[in-house]
Design a protein around this ligand. Sequence first.
Ligand SMILES: *Cc1c(COP(=O)(O)O)cnc(C)c1O
Length: 366
Amino acid sequence: MNSPHPVVRTLADKFRPEYADDLDAVVEVLQKGLSGTSTTVSDYERDLCGYFDSPNAIAVSSGAAAISVALAAAGVARGDEVVLTPTAPLCTVYPVMAAGAVPVFVDTRVDNFGADLVCLDRVLSSKTKAIVDIAMWGYPTPVDELYQFARDRSVPLILDLAHAHGTKIRGRHLSAYCDLACFSTHERKVLATGEGGFVLSNTLNLAERCRSYSRFGNLNGRDFGLNFKLGALPAALGRSRLAHLDAQLLQRKRNAGRLLAQVAHHNVSEATIVSGGEPNYYSLNLRLTFSNNRRFIEYLEERGIPSDVARYGCRCLYEFPAVARFARHCPNGAALLGGMTTIPVHPGLTDADLDYVAEVISCYRD
Ligand SMILES: *Cc1c(COP(=O)(O)O)cnc(C)c1O
């Protein structure tokens, strides 16, 4: 087990799914309009509504654009406060800062990435214009409770579901439990169009504000906006790939199951799944209880098994220099990030890859 297994050397690169019908989808759209106002984009939005069982979808140019558009629709302006968990990636907090709003960090729960409601009650103020909750690596957060909490206080709830296409709680997509749900379709995400994103909303009024803001305020000269539209080429890919999403998610779940069934190590177990929750297995999250968890992650990396924790240097957001001025001690979030790693289980992996990963994990000696 000292040198990387030849099959798995490319494990990090196997995230890119291949679809036989991609070329047909792209060729077809080349014969139609290419802009964000083409029928390809509205067809894609209708398909998204169908898949996610949501009344409104607005396709946008990236996940970051989706968050910016959702914040604008929620009425977040300069000087307002936006509450979010510090375990999110920089991609979530930068749009908040770009809006001129103040990110206010709320700690996570002890055993999942959802906002802790007691802590949330303490950090909410009259300046709070939105709460953002993030289902990291596709593991559900208890959004049903959180949405009730936010509604009781009349604060809009935005979910960053960039990792969480297909993640469910009590049989429903997480997007059912919020005012605005933001998704990315970046190449690394579960639904991939290269670059891209979309917003779902259960409220027509908020959806119209998203649409307006992402289209220069419909150029009416009254309503401010920018251009965050998704082009027709990625929309066409999104449409054809959406049809494969359920099969892909099934394969991810199967891969995670195969791996977990073989992992035998008393310092390694799957992250806690909230009651009634179904992860989409964007990654398999493992809870680690080694004396030095980062050393275990390095050991995996050296054997060709990549971790997002290493790749992105995951830590609480306020530990990054660009965000340090918003620091607010969040011990649960820090402990969660320090006590976990991600394991790839994407559909491109073979059974041999998965068995190799399980064997490498099981052989580790602290
Ligand atoms: C990827 C990601 C984003 C940003 O999405 P882009 O499409 O890259 O702009 C935002 N939030 C989370 C949680 C992400 O993983």
